[in-house]
Design a protein around this ligand. Sequence first.
Ligand SMILES: [Zn+2]
Length: 174
Amino acid sequence: MLVEPVPSTPVNDDEIERLYALIRVPSVSADPAHADDMDRAAGMLAEEINRAGGRPEVRATSGHPLVVGEVPASSADPDAPRVMIYGHYDVQPPGDLDRWDSPPFEPTVRDGALYARGTSDDKGNLFMLLVAVQRQASRRRQPLHGEEESGGTSAVEAIADESESTSACIIFDI
Ligand SMILES: [Zn+2]
């Protein structure tokens, strides 16, 4: 079996706080006034790749920064399959603030669901995948070489560049 099942553990307080911190960054790619926020969110994702034991790189592009990181398989087997994870850290503008039940960049739980701009597209999805890699790596059960890409349209080119050496790609985006 490629991936041994491990008992699932709920997201912990530290993971929640790190996700909330990422969501609080108004990384609105369409608004040049948020360029610093784009850089800040990119740096936070680089830190998450670090936590997984990976080597992150924040690449300048003609658009927004592209965060790339490789996490080695725990076995260090060079022939272990490579799986690429893709997600994006930029969000759409919040639009009319009167239409929000809670501030767009303040994570708020209502009826068991988390609300804030970018939570489901794509920060929460991407963060969950990063936490899964971190947990596998910390148990030394990371069975795959992971390659993580995060950015906007510049990521598409980077994915195409890496596609020949990759066994699978997980894109958890809407
Ligand atoms: Zn998306």
